[in-house]
Design a protein around this ligand. Structure first.
Ligand code: NOJ
Length: 558
């Protein structure tokens, strides 16, 4: 076994002195709750707002700063809430407005902020605006959506395909025009070039801000503004479409400068309320320069355009390091990075990377410089659920069979305890998606096990809160581009913490004596008695993650 001597030749990111006084969202942990699957309070097999309220104590003890709740607004549920038919009402399946108010009040009383999902690109086809819009070509709301005449041969206006498959256009037989929908045909796209749409949707933001929500996660903003000419997508040599990335370019932030005034307006609205409200955005960006465009050149648009790129990487230390370094290098001065390793649209990382690695990913999430978003259940290392064909619910799979398992596996209910239905819903009720039963990962089981992933995550979060080096310090990769090891130093004033992640199955030895005379163990992902560590010979076992506090002892004789 050779010893890796740590190097300081890589760039140091985040050396700005402005990191003393930070807004909560610049360091805080955001926890994503998929409300259908978190906690059912009324025994119908679907999670709800009262259920979330009942579990706030768990979230407080876990140590999160905010919850982002995916849509719970009135909806026909064609896309499980991302098809909104009333932006200012609660869908009965999730409860009532009183339930929401009670949840918000309790969360705030516990110091937990609440972020709601705002779905501006499209409404439900059952939204009164669309019902009016489709009623006639002369209806005043006709132009609130995107309507086009068919081609002379009756085919759709262009060859765009929706992200869920099939043409992005559906013919309305009665009025003889096509409407655009970048997702399901039940999700018609709003026309954001119409000032009335901007005004009506701005009212929605005011409605929730007045209630006291702490910010919004903006859904699918990349495609909010479409190319004015609606050009056909170019075809491959074999006559097929180039695919989604190109489509994004036809509608995206680079080609459509009109998006920026809209984002600035959203930001001006949230900024007009007291108390550090935040805009987080779901963004599709080909690279980090593009991602930064959503912040606005004056940082006056979205505060946290979600970095979804890192989530899509394979289990590879070099690729992770390159992606993370590129991201930091592309940040506009003053912009705050953020990391997401799991959400309701992607297979869970415990499944993607395997059971060996979910602790390492949680450690990256909590110790990289940036604002972390933690998806419910990932703190348990929860894997994807198993969904049998007759149990599938996601329209991805139900309507378009070529999408394999769709997104159901990552949306299965939270596992609270070891009883039938895992404490999510009563034992005699059928949950909306099956609960994973083959893996003992419940909150109760892990709470009783001092070496569990849950305890590991809680400890990570405590350390993140305790050490400014971790929540706001600078970061430097010091691993000399090792193929198996990702090692970085977080530093703030005299605090220095070294994070070491072993991506491989071999034992490694690391020499950190250039930085310190002593290395104190803060945490190991093994949650066991560590191997003895000295700064010049740090042992890193297969797949282990270590957090070490570096100490430079001053020799009294010096
Ligand atoms: C992104 C959301 O995360 C996804 O779940 C949804 O289906 C689409 N936007 C459409 O709203």
């Amino acid at each position: 076994m050779t010893t890796l001597r740590l190097k300081t030749s890589s760039p140091v990111f985040n050396v700005s002195p402005s990191h003393y006084d930070l807004a909560w969202w610049q360091t805080g942990i955001i926890y994503e709750v998929y409300p259908r699957s978190f906690q059912d309070s009324d025994g119908d097999g679907v999670g709800d707002l009262r259920g979330i309220q009942q579990r706030l104590g768990y979230l407080r003890d876990l140590g999160v700063d905010a919850i982002w709740i995916t849509p719970f607004f009135r909806s026909p549920m064609a896309d499980f809430g991302y098809d909104v038919s009333d932006y200012c009402a609660i869908d009965p399946i999730f409860g009532t407005m009183d339930d929401f108010d009670a949840l918000l009040a309790d969360a705030h009383a516990m110091g937990i902020r609440v972020i709601v999902d705002f779905v501006p690109n499209h409404t439900s086809d059952q939204h009164p605006w669309f019902i009016e819009s489709r009623s006639s070509c002369e209806n005043p709301k006709r132009d609130w959506y995107i309507w086009k005449d068919p081609n002379p041969d009756g085919t759709p206006p262009n060859n765009w395909e929706g992200f869920f498959g099939g043409s992005a256009w559906t013919l309305d037989e009665r009025t003889g025009q096509y409407y655009l929908h970048m997702f399901l045909e039940q999700q018609p796209d709003l026309n954001w070039r119409n000032p009335d749409v901007i005004a009506a949707m701005s009212d929605v933001l005011h409605f929730w801000l007045k209630k006291g929500v702490d910010g919004f996660r903006l859904d699918a903003i990349t495609i909010l503004i479409k190319h004015e000419d609606f050009p056909d997508m170019p075809l491959d040599a074999d006559g097929t479409l180039y695919g989604g990335d190109l489509l994004l370019q036809l509608v995206d932030v680079h080609n459509q400068p009109d998006l920026h005034p809209i984002l600035r307006r959203f930001r001006a609205i949230t900024d007009s309320y007291p108390g550090d409200r935040v805009l987080i955005a779901e963004t599709g960006a080909a690279n980090f320069d593009e991602l930064m465009q959503f912040c606005g050149s004056q940082l006056d648009e979205v505060q946290l355009p979600m970095n979804l790129n890192t989530m899509l990487l394979p289990w590879d230390a070099r690729m992770m390091r390159d992606s993370i370094s590129d991201y930091y290098a592309c940040l506009l001065p003053g912009a705050v990075p953020n990391f997401v390793f799991g959400n309701h649209d992607q297979s869970r990382f415990a499944t993607r990377f395997g059971d060996q690695h979910h602790r390492a990913i949680n450690a990256l999430l909590m110790t990289l410089w940036g604002a972390p978003t933690l998806y419910y259940g990932d703190e348990l290392g929860m894997p994807d659920g198993r969904i049998l064909p007759h149990q599938q619910k996601d329209p991805f799979t139900v309507q378009y069979s070529d999408f394999g398992l769709g997104r159901d596996p990552e949306r299965t209910p939270m596992q609270w305890d070891e009883t039938p239905n895992a404490g999510f819903t009563p034992p005699n009720v059928e949950p909306w998606l099956p609960i994973r039963t083959t893996f003992a990962s419940s909150v109760a089981a892990q709470s009783a096990d001092p070496v569990s992933t849950l305890h590991f995550c809680k400890r990570l979060i405590q350390l993140r809160r305790q050490y400014r080096a971790l929540n706001r310090g600078s970061i430097q990769f010091v691993d000399d581009h090792h193929p198996d090891l990702l090692i970085y130093l977080r530093e703030f004033e005299d605090e220095r913490i070294l994070i070491l992640v072993n991506f491989g199955a071999l034992l490694h030895s690391v020499d950190a004596s250039t930085f310190a005379s002593r290395a104190e163990l803060l945490l190991t992902s093994r949650m066991d008695t560590p191997m003895t560590q000295s700064a010049d010979s740090i042992s890193l076992r297969p797949y282990e993650t270590l957090l070490l506090k570096l100490v430079q002892e001053v020799n009294p004789d010096d």
